[in-house]
Design a protein around this ligand. Structure first.
Ligand SMILES: *Cc1c(COP(=O)(O)O)cnc(C)c1O
Length: 389
């Protein structure tokens, strides 16, 4: 399979056909698998043969899904999880021990941040943070017990970028594991392993499913590390369901074409927003005005589907804007066929004090748009009428 191009891998990397010669992969809705005899069972459990034993360990549908992501990310191996957060937690759970230290960008997914602040301290794992525009401070945070350097790029919800080449070089120099949450970019737009990442995580719930229907997560990377993650996970139980794996593997067949269109629509929306008088900052990686445009061009194929912009008039203007939206959805998800708008300061991050919000780049007027696959003119018209305030 490795000679095929990205789109072909996504379509042709398929579970071996059964006796029914089905063209597309069936669902293997079974919790366990049977053995021919005692010797077959012994050898399978001893891992002398590659056989499915139990769907918490592996299943033909989850294996097909993981194999595709492994090929798309240029990884050696992987494991699929029930959710993106299960992938994040299990990666840390498998690779860290009490007394270890993590260096992370401050702008990470909310639940990942809660994991660092509310749960890691219980296990005596400390985390130090750098701001997204202060990558020069990373080396100063590294301690003798630092094990993992962690980041997301582009970030949520600020749509800032981190230079993956720089992170890869720092991790290598200090012998750290570089773990990247590549959710916003998808394997189609960005491959962190090329820049030195050891593990790449995705919430498959977002653009990988792309239709807002199932939850899923995946971690891929170096085989020895994935082995640790696999052993941790097969004993703790965060496995992806075969049904979700079947859905997600099917979704991957159209990932390239969907993401191309998402990006085309998003660039048009970003360019439109830049012309609006009551919008004073538009952040989209492939806009020339993005502060890290050069980094975006270096590490991303296209700009993704998430745009952040600043609406004039702060919290009140943000709230009014949401109330005037007619077609786009007000929803916590992203990466759906349906365009989604959120105003973090009055919703997801309203419980944070203003100074804490500002530290992660959430200003009062920040609006995040996840640009969908509707006709772009309908998206533009909706945003335009909502901005007339
Ligand atoms: C949504 C998301 C997650 C968590 O994924 P779930 O599937 O919701 O558990 C992790 N990281 C990022 C960047 C996300 O956007």
């Amino acid at each position: 399979m490795s000679n095929y191009h990205f789109e072909t891998q996504a379509i042709r990397n398929q579970t071996e056909r059964s006796q029914f010669s089905e063209h597309s992969t069936p669902m293997y809705i079974t919790s366990s698998f049977v053995f021919d005899d005692a010797e077959d069972m012994r050898a399978s459990f001893a891992e002398e043969k590659e056989k499915n034993l139990y769907s918490r360990f592996s299943n033909p549908n989850t294996t097909e899904f993981v194999d595709k992501i492994v090929a798309m990310e240029g990884a050696e191996s992987g494991y699929a999880f029930a959710t993106g957060m299960a992938a994040v937690f299990s990666t840390f759970g498998a690779l860290l021990r009490a007394g270890d230290h993590v260096v992370s960008c401050r702008s990470v997914f909310g639940s990942t941040h809660s994991l660092f602040t509310k749960f890691f301290p219980k296990w005596n794992i400390q985390t130090s943070y750098f701001n997204v525009n202060e990558a020069d401070k990373i080396e100063g945070l590294i301690q003798p017990n630092t094990k993992i350097l962690y980041a997301e790029t582009p970030t949520n919800p600020g749509v800032d970028l981190l230079d993956l080449e720089l992170l890869g070089a720092i991790a290598k120099k200090h012998d750290l594991l570089l773990v990247i949450d590549n959710c916003f970019a998808t394997p189609y737009l960005q491959n962190p392993i090329k820049f030195g990442a050891d593990i790449v995580i995705h919430s498959a719930t977002k653009l990988i499913d792309g239709q807002g229907r199932v939850l899923g997560g995946v971690a891929v990377g170096k085989a020895d590390l994935i082995r640790e993650i696999y052993l941790f996970s097969r004993n703790t139980g965060p496995a992806m369901s075969p049904f979700n794996a079947w859905v997600l593997s099917k979704s991957l067949e159209t990932l390239a074409i969907r993401v191309e269109k998402h990006c085309e629509n998003a660039l048009k929306v970003a360019e439109f927003l830049e012309t609006q008088s009551n919008v004073n900052l538009v952040k989209y990686p492939f806009l020339k005005s993005h502060p890290q445009y050069e980094t975006a061009k270096k590490q991303m194929k296209l700009g993704g589907n998430i745009i952040a912009f600043e609406i004039n008039g702060g919290i009140e203007a943000g709230r009014k804007f949401l109330n005037k939206i007619k077609m786009c959805s007000l929803s916590a998800n992203l990466g759906d066929t349906r365009s989604i708008v959120t105003h973090p300061a009055s919703t997801t991050h309203s419980s944070l004090a203003e100074e804490d919000r500002l530290e992660v780049g959430i200003t009062d007027g920040l609006v995040r748009v996840s640009v969908g696959l509707e006709n772009v003119n309908d998206i533009l018209n909706d945003l335009k009428q909502a901005l007339e305030i």
